[in-house]
Each structure stands twice: as C-alpha cells, then as structure tokens.
Design a protein around this ligand. Structure first.
Ligand code: DGJ
Length: 741
C-alpha cells in the first residue's frame, strides 16, 4: 500500500493490491477526481482522464477559454455555484450572504497510520504500516477557511476512509451549512443502487433500483440513524451479484442525522454524497474554530457483494470495534424483557435465572424497570437509582445471587431520556430538548435530554458510574426509544441552534467514551427500540447491537440477511424468543429460532419456566452447540448463499480462516409438497480439502470443497405427504445446520 505524489502533474495515486484512487490538482487549483476502482499501474500523468471539452450551454471557469467547466469535471469535494450545478459537498454562508467558495490546493502531508478524529468514532490502526493517510490542505482565498481532506488507504482490502475538517483561518465568522464526509464523482451511471430501509421491527431490508438521471437519496432527520434507513449504500454494476462483479459500498460512521445520495447528471456521470444531513445543520465557525466531519468508508470489490461485505466485516470487527470484548466470543445471555416486561419481582427474576443457569446460559440481563418509579413506561426514566421495592438488596444484592448461580449480570439503561414523572425532570425541567412556549411532543411518554450540554452528560455519567463501580454489573444494554423533535437547546444562542442535532450525538459519544474507558471490561450492547441506531458509529463503543425488536425467526432471516451486507455477525444481537412470537404471532419450531439466532451474538428472551422438560433439554443442547461453535459463527468469514427476499429458501454460511471448518444455516419458510430436487452451492471452502459433512449431528458423508462449491450440497428431501405426527414429517419454518469439518 502506498500514496504517491507526482509533482510534475499534480497527481496523487493511492493504491494497494486491490484498488487505485487517483486525483489531481486541476488547472484552477481545485481537486479533480480521476479514478476509483481496481488497481491500475502507476503513471505520472493521468490527465487524459480530465476530458475537458467545449459544449453548448456550459459555463467556464477561465475568461476567454472554453474547456474547463466544473460541470463536466469530476471533483473531490464539489462546490455549487461556480459552473458546477450538481448538489455540492460543502456550503458556507458568509457575512455578505454569498455561499460561493473555491477550495484550492495549498499543500499536503502523507503520514503512516491514521490520525484520530477528535470526539468522533472512526476506524483506526494499531501499527503505522497498516495504513497510510493523505491529508490535502485546500483553502478558500476569500474567506480564509481551510479545508483538510483526509484519505486513509488500508494495506488490506479495497478500503478507503475519508473525512473533512474545516478550520476558519479567516477574520470573519462563517456558517457551515453543509459539510459532507465524502463526495465521489464517478464517470458513468451504469449502477444498481441498493439502500437498506424499513421500519421499527422491519429494519435494513435491501431495496434495489437502477440509477437514473436525477437525485436518489435516503437519510434520517430523526436525530438517530433510524429504523427507516441505514447510513449505508451500495452501488453495483447491474451484472454483479454476490460472487462476482464490481461493487462499491459506502458507509458512514455516524449515529445522527445523515444523508446518502447519488445524483446522475445530464451526461450520465454520478456524484455520491455521504455525510451529516444538511437540513437543520448550521455550524457557526468563528475565526480560529474548526469542524470535523464524521468518517465515511468506501469499499471497492471487484468480486461481488459477499466480498464487499466481508471487507466491511473484518474492518468493523477489528479496526472499528475496540477494547476488551473486540476479539472475545460473546456470552450467551438471557434477557427478561419478553419474559416479564415490566411485571417482575426479584423472586420472579431469580426463578428465571435459575432455569437459565441450568441450561448453561452465561449472563442474565435485567431489562427495563429496575430503577426509580419505573413500573410502566410513564415514569422513572432519568432516575438511575435502584427501586428497592423491587430489588430490596439493590443491584449488588441481586447480582450476587445471580453470580452464585454461575452467571454474570447485566442491566438495561436508557440514559438519554427522561419521563416527566421523574425526580430528574422535576429538578431540571430545562434539561430536555424543547422550544420555549411550543408544544412538547413525546414518544412513549418520554423526552430527550439535552446531551449537547456537558452538565447533563456529567450528571448521567455520575449516576451510571455509581451503579457500575462495584463491579457487579458486567454488561449494559443501552437503549434509546424515541426520535428527536423540537430540537432546541436552552444552553445555546440563536445562531448556534443549527448545531444541536450534531452536538447531541457528540454528547452521546462522550458518555459512551467515558463509560467504556472507565469500565473497560463491561460489555456494552447498543439498542434503539431494536435497530433504530444500528450503525458503525456505535460499533466503536458497543461491539454488538440489538438488531431488531422483532424476534420472530422468519422476520429475523430478512433483518439479519440485510444487516449482513455491512455489519459482522459478531455485532448482531439475536435472541430465541417464545412461540407464538410476540411481534407477529407466528409459531416456529424452537430449533429454527435457535438456528437463526446462532448467527449472531445469541441469547434467549422468554420465560423458561413455561417450557416443558423436553424443551429445556433442547435449549441445553442449543447452548452447548453455541458454546462449541460461537467463535466460528461470530468471527468466521460470512457468505450469503440464498436470499429470503427471493424465494422460499434462505441460506448463509460461515467459514473458518484456515477453511478447515464451516457452518451452513439453511431455512425453508413454508413447507412444500413433493418438491423438486435441490442442491445448494456453498462458498469459501478449500477446493482440495475433503470435508466431513453432518446435518443436525447426523453424518452425511465426505465431499471435496470443489464438489460442495460447484456441484452443490444435496438439500432435497421427500418432504411432506406424510402424517404430521410421523417422526420425520416436515413442517413450515424448518431449518438445518450443516457442519463441515
Ligand atoms: C426497547 C428495546 O428494544 C427492548 O428490547 C426493551 O429493552 C424495551 N425497549 C424496554 O423498554
């Protein structure tokens, strides 16, 4: 991997064995984008890629010259208004009302490794030779504002991380109205656009369509990355599929309002923008002040979607997630939420815990309702002190009883929120985000604390620290159950109210940073009504997230399948819950619920006391299975084989690094009668190795890797036509786990 600068032509070439990223200083001093894709040769002069031609109805940069038009030039950080008509990467409002600016090249630095982004989550290196970073310094001569563009190329994988930093080096105050993390101009528009969208309990379903002239865009203005859209976007060649073809993934390491957009212009070039949503964003930059955008990561794959996903998985698992739990297998947990909701006593909790301990479960998580006056969702949020009516000996008392059973203990918190019926709100009614004299909308009877204020974050940090400091709690589920409305802070002047959304997220990151560094061995799991903030920003602090509030195995196939396009299995919280399921009322076999949940950081969320001895024995076996295979399940190389969006069968698999072991998950949604013969082509195996294949512990035979990948694994069965009571009779929602060794 290297970054080369050719001074004679002003060309920068960033490359590793997979990709090249080439740009050059344009004749007007701005930065032009020349190429991003599969690695090409180094050459001093790539300026033939500029394609400067004279066209009608075009505006040109230089007097008496008709070739350089920003409308026709691919740029690194486009600005609107001086011959470029596409939506820009940056917009700066100046004293005289103008928004025109010209960022011209001044200097650059190339450094080993990767600098930290102050106050923001970002990918990192552990050694300087893992990556190189180019920092281009540009300047707008009129305002004096400097723009630093950061490009980090990693030695491994087709990865480029980007961000931008603004420093007001001038003498007048300016307002940053738009500051994208990434702008990429591509030379054509022959792409499918894939977004990951949905709703609460139906998150991250992939949606694909062809890019078209005009703007296609997704984003969030809810104050969190949202259930509705994920800050992740794929552009793929129409002929590309899971295993071959050109694909680019764009991911934003941010948890607040975002926009992801592609604009195809009149000449079929494509501009991709990714960053903080410019709507309601207005950052006042006084002389001497600076602003750092979040980081965006681009991954290029020349060999299909699976390879792109695997590149993201490895990067986010190893160089975004941090700390004690980064590389450790995750504990199998039981969470009491769907077992009890708010209706619990210590006795009830202990009864559930005993059953869990008997099954070999390792961690008990006490969900919502253990603090303040929290007996429903109407009261208590903000009062992070134990409710002694429920837990007479406090958290340490309950925790020690759970520890005696051989399990660790964890708690649920929702630190960013407050109920009006709470001591915290009664003491500090001005600590919520609200506009004076306006209606205060609530979500689930709760209001959002103003995390842009340090004293608010300090207070919550103190309360949570008081609970964690005796060490009895080793896991925290950090929830967040409403979107932000009436976004206004009592602590900021009128001309800084456009900063509140971003300052809020910086406050969330600050609290996460303080808690995770003070309690480094506590495992944090992020949650926002399930998957409402399942984004790379939070993975930096919490190596796993609650993927969705929907625990139905069949719905989960879709959710986990969609989520896997960007996020590793080790990041996806997945629980076995009761049947019929609480969200969709569907009855599924216990085995299928476990066979889906084991492709995640797995656990249970059901009342084990209601199960039969046979079911409890089955759970015990499942837990033994998960313990035996979780390293491979959570940290193996993951392949999507068959999409639950495309038919009745879904399948995925994971392969160990040395390709000596693999696990295949196979799921049939509805049973079919006398069905056709089927085979499933596997992936990622060693073609020359002979694998012993077993299905649900029954040995099936030995097959070479090349057979399994090219001929396929036989998956057909006679299926149905038998009495439902026959021992081998098949049913709806069946699944299988194949082990390859
Ligand atoms: C929403 C979460 O997603 C659930 O798992 C649960 O923790 C509830 N909140 C508790 O209020």
């Amino acid at each position: 991997m290297s970054i080369v600068y050719y001074e004679s032509t002003g060309t920068f070439h960033l490359y590793n064995d997979k990709i090249s990223y080439i740009m050059m200083i344009l004749p007007n001093g701005q930065m032009g984008q020349l190429y991003f894709g599969k690695k090409v040769h180094l050459r001093e002069d790539y300026s033939y890629l500029l394609e400067m031609v004279s066209r009608s109805m075009t505006s040109y940069v230089f007097e008496n010259e008709r070739t350089l038009s920003l409308e026709h030039i691919k740029q690194e950080y486009g600005v609107y208004g001086s011959s470029d008509y596409r939506l820009p990467a940056v917009e700066i409002l100046q004293d005289n009302g103008s928004r025109i600016c010209d960022f011209v090249y001044r200097t650059h630095r190339i450094i080993g490794g990767k600098p930290k982004l102050e106050g923001l989550p970002a990918t990192y290196t552990e050694k300087d030779d893992e990556a190189q970073t180019l920092i281009l310094t540009l300047q707008d001569p009129i305002t004096g504002v400097e723009l630093e563009l950061f490009y980090t190329i990693f030695s491994r994988g087709g990865i480029l991380a980007r961000s931008a930093r603004f420093v007001n080096g001038g003498t007048e105050t300016v307002h940053l109205l738009k500051a994208m993390s990434l702008c990429l101009d591509l030379p054509d528009c022959d792409y499918d656009w894939i977004q990951f969208s949905g709703a609460w309990a139906r998150e991250r379903h992939p949606r694909m369509r062809r890019l078209e002239q005009g703007i296609q865009s997704v984003g969030s203005m809810r104050g969190h990355s949202s259930h509705e859209h994920n800050p992740f976007l794929i552009l793929k060649r129409p002929s590309a599929d899971e295993n071959q073809g050109e694909v680019i993934g764009f991911s934003l390491i941010y948890s607040g309002n975002f926009i992801a957009q592609a604009e195809v212009d009149t000449h079929d070039t494509t501009r991709v923008l990714l960053g903080i949503h410019p709507e309601w964003f207005d950052w006042k930059l006084d002389p001497g002040e600076s602003f750092q955008t979040p980081e965006a990561v681009m991954v290029y794959s020349g060999s299909g979607l699976n390879h792109m996903s695997q590149t993201f998985h490895r990067l986010y698992r190893e160089r975004l997630a941090r700390g004690y739990w980064r590389d450790r297998v995750r504990p199998i947990l039981i969470n009491n939420w769907e077992a009890t909701y708010f209706d619990f006593t210590e006795e009830k909790i202990l009864k559930l815990a005993r059953k869990a301990a008997d099954a070999g479960i390792e961690l008990f998580v006490l969900d919502d309702g253990w603090f303040g006056e929290r007996s429903s969702d109407r009261a208590g949020l903000g009062d992070w002190v134990v409710n002694r009516d429920r837990l007479p000996d406090g958290i340490p008392g309950l925790a020690s009883r759970i520890h005696e059973m051989g399990m660790k203990f964890g708690i649920w918190i929702e630190p960013e929120m407050v109920n009006k019926d709470s001591d915290l709100y009664r003491e500090h009614p001005d600590w919520i985000l609200t506009v004076p004299n306006r209606n205060q909308t609530h979500g689930r009877y709760q209001h959002v604390l103003d995390f842009s204020r340090k004293e608010v974050v300090d207070t919550i940090f103190q309360m949570i620290s008081d609970i964690l400091k005796d060490g009895s709690v080793t896991y925290v589920k950090w929830d967040m159950n409403r979107s932000i409305t009436e976004c206004w802070s009592a602590a900021l002047p009128a001309d800084r109210q456009g900063e509140v959304f971003h300052r809020y997220i910086l406050g969330v990151y600050d609290l996460y940073e303080r808690l995770t560094s003070t309690f480094p061995q506590v495992l944090f799991e992020s949650c926002a009504s399930g998957g409402g903030r399942f984004d790379p920003g939070l993975l930096y602090y919490a190596p796993q997230g609650w993927t969705s509030d929907d625990t139905d195995a069949i719905e989960r196939l879709k959710i986990q399948y969609g989520t896997s396009f960007c996020y590793p299995v080790s990041s996806m919280g997945a629980h076995v819950s009761t049947s019929p399921n609480h969200q969709v009322g569907r009855a599924t076999p216990l085995s299928t619920r476990a066979n889906v949940a084991c492709f995640g950081t797995s656990g249970y969320e059901m009342d084990l006391n209601r199960l039969s001895e046979r079911e409890l024995a089955e759970i015990k076996d499942q837990v033994t299975f998960m313990k035996k295979w979780r390293r491979l399940l959570q940290y193996g190389t993951f392949f999507r084989l068959k999409s639950p969006f495309d038919g009745n069968i879904a399948s995925w698999m994971t392969v160990s690094d040395d390709r000596s072991q693999a696990i295949v998950g196979w799921y049939r949604i509805l049973n079919s009668v006398n069905p056709p013969y089927t085979r499933m082509k596997l992936a990622g195996l060693d073609p020359d190795r002979l694998y012993k294949v077993s299905k649900d512990s029954v040995f099936l035979g030995e097959f070479y890797g090349d057979e399994l990948m090219n001929v396929g694994l036989i998956t057909s069965d006679a299926c149905s036509g038998e009495s439902p009571d026959a021992p081998d009779a098949s049913h709806d929602f069946e699944s299988r786990i194949y082990i390859l060794e």
